[in-house]
Design a protein around this ligand. Structure first.
Ligand code: TMP
Length: 209
């Protein structure tokens, strides 16, 4: 296949339903005969998954915001060069569970890191590569936090943050959507699953033509 694949990212705060909707989107694309690589950030390569583990579970030593953001972009550099770019070049589509909008939201909004610094790192690591489409699953923060807490297992380093942190995360996501309305489509995700998935298909359709 010669034509370049499309790069789709899925974003949102905690408990917005990414885990349910990633397989749905994959199956929908496959049903349209579109070959798709499903991956996630932080992660997606051996080294990037190790970095993910450090980022989510380093609880013995305080992780500085600078270390956190640089680790996010270190993982992203590996992932882009070993997985995302090669797949797109082969004409495969890539569906990525989180990408750089999460850095704006979590490190920029949540941690208060400078958005200009994030933009600089984005340009440095990605050059002009940006997603073709970003689906932002949006639910009120309290709803998402309650859903995340109900999941089995211990909360990770991000999930353990407080309400105010996630309010800032959500606000930056919504600001990003306002700034890039062509790329980022907000999916209201506190509706019945069939309604959410209809909205997802509606947002994907323009890419299929
Ligand atoms: P998740 O796979 O369950 O969404 O967990 C990944 C966590 O990493 C999530 O809490 C958000 C966080 N994260 C960032 O803080 N910045 C980033 O750039 C990315 C990709 C994820």
């Amino acid at each position: 296949m010669n034509s370049k694949g499309k790069f789709i990212t899925l974003e949102g705060g905690e408990g917005v339903g990414k885990t349910t909707n990633v397989p749905f989107i994959k199956d929908y694309l496959l049903s349209q005969n579109i070959p798709v690589v499903v991956t996630r950030e932080p992660g997606g390569t051996q080294l990037a998954e190790k970095i993910r583990d450090l980022l989510l579970h380093s609880n013995d030593e305080a992780v500085t915001s600078h270390a956190e953001i640089l680790l996010m972009f270190a993982a992203r550099a590996q992932h882009l060069n070993h997985v995302i770019k090669p797949a797109l070049a082969q004409g495969q589509w890539v569906l990525c569970d989180r990408f750089t909008d999460a850095t704006y939201a979590y490190q920029g909004g949540g941690r208060g890191m400078s958005l200009e610094a994030i933009q600089w790192l984005e340009n440095f690591v990605q050059a002009d590569l940006r997603p073709d489409l970003t689906l932002l699953l949006d639910v009120p923060v309290v709803t998402g936090m309650a859903r995340a807490k109900n999941r089995a297992g211990q909360l990770d380093r991000f999930e353990s943050e407080q309400l105010e942190f996630f309010n800032r995360v959500r606000q930056v996501y919504l600001n990003q959507a306002q700034q890039y309305p062509e790329r980022i489509k907000i999916i209201q995700a506190d509706q019945a699953l069939t309604v959410v998935q209809q909205a997802i298909v509606g947002a994907l359709k323009p890419l299929l033509v």
